[in-house]
Design a protein around this ligand. Structure first.
Ligand SMILES: *Cc1c(COP(=O)(O)O)cnc(C)c1O
Length: 366
């Protein structure tokens, strides 16, 4: 079996954890402080706050941006449920805008959805591919709304020479076990805005006044990261550029080895962006040798792991029925959900395994 993902911890991470365990300081403490400083410097952003999941990071971001009950937040229906749930957690209404061929929110379809109630846009760097920050920042400025980047999948990516995490009003990251940099469960919020940072510091700690213990300013949650997990992330972050390079090299090799197969659409590698390649996602279209279903059966029979992100666009999910959407509302996302397949791309994937996967797919499809 060639596994789809291959999370790996080294002796370095294990040693770092043991050191924290021996220190006796298990909750948020000095290692979290060090981690925040490390990631803030890496992104060249003014503030980084660590939290205990990517979902918590999104919730903090929405709170900091002032999203409240009755507000509207624009986002894409082609994302992980956490993006949309965080909007609901603040009592706001998710307003979907379809994606374009990049799988990210279509900037040209956003403005028609902006109303007096719109407070923010959450755009997602889906699969690790930075969305069109320049266009979205322009729209947000024009309408005086905030841009939140769900960068759960794009840690380490660049956009016109800037690190993801330093461009939007607020950015969020996930350190969940399958992400490029991970510790099981964790997340970051980054921003250049001191007011937003102060809000996050309070919100992740029960709404407590950061300057005065047991004085509560507003409703908050317990979203603190532990020093035990922070120690793992600190070790992993030292390798983030290596992880990026390996994943980008894997993507380039796939693109070369799979080029020209009828009906198989490969990811585009753009010059002005550095993609994090959290996923290497191809599309199986009408002109391909078989249906996607048959292709997936073939991959399983060859013991090649794969993923489908995401099989159901969120406007069609049971949970979000109350929004009143129907099939046909977001056709580009719906088609993507039927066509996408993600292939193994992990930094831990063996070079030979990638060649084997590509050869088997080519043999199958031609
Ligand atoms: C992983 C992920 C999240 C949520 O992160 P958790 O750490 O699992 O809470 C949010 N948005 C996207 C796009 C993700 O991929």
């Amino acid at each position: 079996m060639i596994p789809f993902i291959k999370p790996k911890l080294t002796e370095k991470e294990i040693k770092a954890v043991v050191k924290v365990l021996r220190s006796g300081q298990l909750a948020q403490g000095p290692v979290v402080d060090r981690l925040e400083k490390y990631f803030k410097d890496y992104c060249k952003v003014d503030y980084c706050l660590a939290v205990n999941s990517g979902t918590a990071a999104l919730h903090c971001a929405l709170f900091a941006a002032g999203v409240e009950q009755g507000d509207e937040v624009i986002t894409s229906p082609f994302t992980f449920i956490a993006t949309v749930n965080s909007i609901l957690m603040q009592g706001a209404k998710p307003i979907f805008v379809d994606i374009d061929e990049s799988f990210n929110i279509d900037p040209d379809k956003i403005e028609e959805k902006i109303t007096k109630k719109t407070k923010a846009i959450i755009a997602i760097d889906l699969y690790g591919n930075p969305f069109d920050y320049n266009k979205l920042l322009k729209i947000c400025k024009k309408h005086d709304i905030k841009l939140i980047a769900d960068s759960a999948q794009s840690i380490g990516a660049d956009y016109y020479g800037k690190k993801i995490g330093s461009i939007a009003d607020i950015s969020t990251f996930s350190l969940y076990a399958t992400k490029n940099i991970m510790c099981g469960e964790g997340g970051f919020v980054t921003t250049n805005n001191k007011k937003f940072a102060d809000k996050v510091i309070s919100f992740r700690n029960h709404g407590q006044n950061p300057a005065r213990r047991y004085e509560y300013l507003e409703l908050g949650y317990n979203y603190r990261l532990t020093d035990v997990l922070a120690a793992i992330v600190l070790e992993q972050l030292k390798n983030v550029d290596k992880v990026m390079d390996k994943r980008n090299r894997n993507a380039q090799r796939y693109n070369k080895l799979l080029e020209g197969i009828p009906g198989l659409i490969l990811p585009i590698i753009e010059r002005d962006k550095k993609h994090a390649f959290h996923q290497y996602t191809v599309r199986i279209t009408e002109d391909f040798k078989s249906s996607r279903k048959k292709f997936l059966e073939f991959l399983s029979s060859e013991k090649i792991g794969y993923g489908i992100y995401y099989p159901v666009p969120l406007h069609l999910s049971e949970h979000l029925k109350f929004l009143g959407h129907k099939k046909g509302d977001f056709p580009v996302a719906e088609r993507a959900a039927e066509e996408v397949v993600s292939l193994p791309i992990s930094q831990n994937l063996a070079r030979e395994d990638l060649s084997v996967i590509a050869k088997k797919i080519r043999d199958y499809a031609t």
